[in-house]
Ligand binder design. Structure first.
Ligand code: WCA
Ligand code: AKG
Ligand code: FE2
Length: 359
């Protein structure tokens, strides 16, 4: 099979059109990376330092056991300002729920291509369920070494009816059990912005819609030539990210704000990051930080982000409470679905998406 698949168009046909994804390529045991996946030099991730702490600085690890203690809120808000990323331990989401969702993710991606591709953009019976590969293959000059299942949550009933049976129960449980944590985090972050209470209207604006992605990064023949996910910031309010023990996530940070800082897997933890919507609503106080994922030459990696978002119909802009002291708005009002469409229609390009909302 591998030998018959040498032309660029047959690779694309096999991976994208036939729904085999990069997992299909990886399973064939390819010895070298197809050229569509070769990233320009400046986008490649040196794996020489892979898994090794590459600087004195690292993303804060915050213990949430005493979530009521003002010191916890202080640590979270400071991390959101300085790093835009932090890891949480003792976050209240049961470890078993996290283990189950990881297992369900493997179960889904182990399904035959024919079964998975029933959820492709072309064949899915709903826009809210989508199996795909790379990020935006039509827009990308170089593809990313990742397959995904993206599930937009509307209601429990809709999810039960439409989400793939291989993973839906575990994914729904993860969403349900993470809700208290999400509310606690938003409560702390809002208090620091002088938002005293999250009423129904604010709750809708901050967390009115959620999308969960199951990401699969199969073993890659030449990991140093490509990426799992290219440089981007999330367009969410905040993202709750579950990663397995394999590693590969890097975030932009450090004293010079330009280094790539490795986020080591911490057993039982959840990674939290601020997204563009909250950077806009906080008028830049909380930072949505660029991040990227390396490909791996010896292990299959998974991750499961929950993107906590405004509703598509929401207008987002700096919050009145933030501007009350006379601070000048640096972002204009944008319709959230326009913002997300803008993000999805281009290749990953670092922090560029937010230009769309700059005054
Ligand atoms: C505006 C949406 C996204 C699409 O609505 P639509 O225009 O009626 O539906 P389309 O199916 O025509 O999608 C528009 C484009 O976006 C693409 N797209 C539609 N969902 C998807 C999808 N989950 N995945 C990757 N392309 C998609 C889709 O392929 C299409 O591209 P194109 O065919 O070239 O016009 C709509 O679903 C919406 O408002 N959703 C609610 C908000 C929402 O989902 N927010 C997501 C937050 S996601 C986030 O923060 C980070 C995501 C992320 C994801 C991957 C990464 O590598 C890194 C980050
Ligand atoms: O796989 C990861 O660790 C991060 C993935 C990511 O950044 C995303 O899906 O937006
Ligand atoms: Fe991301």
């Amino acid at each position: 099979m591998a030998s018959t698949m040498t032309s660029p168009s047959s690779i694309i046909d096999f991976v994208i059109n036939k729904g085999n994804g990069v997992k299909g390529l990886s399973d064939l045991g390819l010895k070298s990376l197809p050229k569509q996946y070769i990233q320009p030099l400046e986008e490649r991730i040196s794996t020489a330092s892979f898994g090794i702490k590459n600087s004195e600085e690292s993303v804060p690890i915050i213990d949430m056991s005493n979530w009521d203690d003002p010191k916890v809120a202080e640590a979270i808000c400071s991390a959101a300002e300085k790093w835009g990323f932090f890891q949480l331990v003792n976050h209240g989401v049961p470890i078993e729920v996290l283990e189950n969702v990881k297992e369900a993710t493997h179960r889904f991606f182990e399904l035959p291509a024919e079964e998975k591709s029933k959820n492709s953009k072309e064949r899915s019976c709903s826009n809210n369920v989508r199996f795909g590969t790379s990020f935006s293959p039509q827009a990308e000059k170089a593809l990313e070494w990742k397959d995904y299942l993206s599930l937009f949550y509307v209601s429990e009933d809709e999810a039960s009816a439409l989400w793939p049976p291989a993973c839906k129960d575990e994914v729904l449980e993860y969403m349900k059990k993470s809700e208290i944590l999400i509310k606690r985090l938003l409560d702390m972050l809002m208090k620091r912005l002088n938002v005293k209470e999250i009423d129904q209207e604010k709750e809708g604006l901050l967390m009115g819609s959620r999308r969960i992605n199951l990401n699969y990064y199969p073993i890659c023949p030449n990991p140093e030539l490509t990426v799992g996910v290219g440089r981007h910031s999330d367009v969410s309010t905040l993202t709750v990210l579950l990663q397995d023990q394999i590693g590969g996530l890097y975030v932009r940070g450090g004293t010079d704000k330009k280094s790539w800082i490795y986020v080591p897997p911490v057993k039982g933890s959840l990674v939290i990051n601020i997204g563009d919507a909250l950077q806009i609503m906080s008028n830049g106080r909380y930072k949505s930080i660029e991040h990227r994922v390396a490909a791996n030459g010896s292990k299959n990696r998974i991750s499961v982000p929950i993107f906590v978002n405004p509703r598509p119909s929401d207008l987002i802009s700096p919050l009145p409470e933030v501007l009350a002291s006379g601070e000048k708005a640096v972002y204009k009002q944008v319709l959230y679905s326009d913002y997300v469409k803008h993000f999805f229609r281009k290749a990953h390009d670092g922090k560029s998406t937010i230009e769309f909302a700059k005054i």
